[in-house]
Design a protein around this ligand. Structure first.
Ligand SMILES: C[S@@+](CC[C@H](N)C(=O)[O-])C[C@H]1O[C@@H](n2cnc3c(N)ncnc32)[C@H](O)[C@@H]1O
Length: 349
């Protein structure tokens, strides 16, 4: 990975944006973290996502899909295929997957076989339900610093052969976006220009239906809170979280929290409605996670205990319940959706 980064940095005059760095270390074919063959998901991997914990998340989400009554599902970034496997075990769905990693796509195909179809790119027109669980946090972000001398873009250079942060004045869309955020200098954070463009692209293609973005993150007010002055970048290496994005390039996950206000605005700009925004816990409770749990055989502790542990991880405020949010945007649907019947926080976006 280092020779590839050296070549890229040298070819770009000694400096690349952090977004470009993130794109290479995560997604470069054959080299990037998601492109490589390392075991990423589950207990042996670097992190555990909600669908990887078991089937409870998928079975609960299935109730929201059932309410929408659509057979068409497009899942973006399906990881090991765990969510698809749960949803397809219950319903006969027209299930399509768009996956950028060739390695993960092969894993999904081995797991799901003919039950799903894989796309090379976004379809021209989209209808039904779009799902993206922990995908937006993997999209490249631009790193920005608000300094006394002005707004700087934080990029990556090589000093003495080592990758290091290096700043230059921000310009263009990044500068304009940064100016619109009231961050108090000195302050460092991230701006998801790629995520905004990704959302706009999806939104303009959606004829009828709903897009569910499930991820960790905040609305603007919390994202750019004066106390969050070091941003939200996180690295995950074998279940250890740390904050040095140059420690294991290509061998670890690198993420930033999701700016849900920006995603909602991008969707609205493209003519979609915000259908709801809630914590993961609230969304799952609204969808009936307790009923799904009750379907389990309560007398059989061997069966029930793992499910209860899974529910605890999904719902607990100290685990995924509060930090993870669900944002739904869409067109042509009656509100409220089941998942936002109570505790909808769309007004905070
Ligand atoms: C953290 S994993 C989450 C996987 C899965 N959704 C889950 O919850 O277990 C991120 C996934 O998104 C994929 N991915 C990253 N960028 C993508 C993009 N622009 N379009 C589609 N998939 C993408 C990665 O290859 C990987 O499968």
């Amino acid at each position: 990975m280092l020779p590839r980064l050296r070549e890229e940095i040298a070819g770009s005059g000694g400096w690349i944006s952090f977004a470009r760095y993130m794109e290479i270390v995560l997604h470069e074919p054959g080299l990037g973290y998601y492109a490589g063959a390392a075991q990423k998901f589950g207990p042996q991997g670097d992190f555990v996502t909600a669908p990887e914990l078991g089937s409870l998340f998928g079975r609960t989400l299935a109730r929201q899909l059932a309410e929408l009554g659509s057979r068409e599902v497009l899942e973006l970034g399906a990881g090991s295929g765990a969510l698809a496997a749960t949803l397809l075990s219950r319903e006969d769905l027209d299930y399509r997957i768009l996956e950028t990693s060739a390695d993960l796509r092969a894993r999904q195909q081995a797991r799901l076989g003919a039950r799903a179809k894989w796309l090379e790119r976004l379809p021209e027109r989209i209808g039904g339900v779009v799902l993206a669980n922990e995908v937006v946090d993997a999209l490249p972000v631009h790193a920005v610093a608000w300094r006394a001398e002005g707004i700087m873009e934080r990029g990556v250079s090589l000093v003495g052969g080592r990758l290091t942060w290096s700043e230059r004045p921000a310009s263009g869309e990044l500068l304009e976006t940064a100016k619109g955020l009231s961050a108090p200098a000195p302050y460092e954070s991230e701006i998801g220009l790629v995520a905004r463009a990704w959302m706009r692209e999806l939104a303009t293609r959606l004829d009828q239906g709903a897009i569910f973005i499930i991820d960790y993150g905040f609305p603007h007010r919390e994202y750019y809170h004066p106390q969050r002055s070091m941003g939200t970048l996180m690295c995950h290496y074998r279940h250890q979280a740390h904050s040095d994005p140059f420690a294991h390039p290509g061998e670890e996950d690198l993420t930033a929290h999701v700016d849900f206000t920006a995603l909602a605005e991008a969707a609205s700009d493209a003519g979609l409605e915000v259908l709801g925004y809630a914590t993961q816990a609230q969304f799952l409770v609204n969808c009936g996670i307790t009923e799904v749990l009750a379907e389990a055989n309560l007398d059989n502790a061997l069966h029930y205990a793992p499910l209860a542990a899974e529910a605890q991880k999904l719902l607990s405020p100290s685990e995924m319940g509060e930090l993870f949010k669900v944002l739904a945007v869409g067109r042509g649907l009656a509100r409220p959706l089941l998942g936002f019947a109570r505790g909808d926080r769309a007004a905070t976006l």
